[in-house]
Design a protein around this ligand. Structure first.
Ligand code: OFO
Length: 164
């Protein structure tokens, strides 16, 4: 049995993960509008992963006999000035999500909620990977600058991201 406070925070995290999915889909749409099809593919994959993250929380809440309560999803930003700006925002967003996961873990520890703590371990590792991946992409964009050929090649590289 989980506490009401924990249940509320887990439900809020469903909303945060769905917002992540929505934000990355909006970035994908921006990339498509600029004909960066590889970047769009990368972001669509990321958007799908975020939906899966939301569903992990959904299933966990049901497993511990809590009640899933969905709230409205905030409208994501519509456009960015450059691919670099979009990926920088993705990086910032992942740091924010990491902070949220850490707060969930802190509450689970405080409440001696071992099951939820164990469930959250997967997300702790996932956040390390997500922050590192986006950070590397931002680094590549910064190296490349305005070099069109290199941007074309990076777009191709990002488009090779496999579906999970
Ligand atoms: Fe769900 O990890 Fe990104 O936001």
């Amino acid at each position: 049995m989980i506490s009401d406070k924990m249940l509320k925070m887990l439900n809020d995290q469903i909303n945060a993960e769905l917002f992540s999915s929505y934000l990355y889909l909006s970035m994908a749409a921006y990339f498509e509008s600029e004909n960066w099809n590889g970047m769009a593919k990368w972001m669509k994959e990321q958007s799908s992963e975020e939906y899966e993250h939301a569903m992990k929380f959904y299933h966990y809440i049901n497993e511990v006999e809590g009640r899933v309560e969905l709230e409205a999803i905030e409208k994501p930003k519509f456009g960015w000035n450059s691919p670099l700006e979009a990926f920088e925002e993705a990086h910032k967003h992942e740091l924010y999500i990491t902070d949220r996961i850490n707060k969930l873990v802190a509450l689970a520890i405080q409440e001696n909620d071992y099951a939820t703590n164990l469930f959250l371990n997967w997300f702790v590792n996932e956040q390390v990977e997500e922050v590192a991946t986006v950070s590397q992409i931002v680094h590549k964009f910064k190296l490349i600058g305005d070099n069109k050929t290199s941007l074309y090649l990076l777009d191709r590289e990002l488009g090779m991201r496999a579906s999970k």
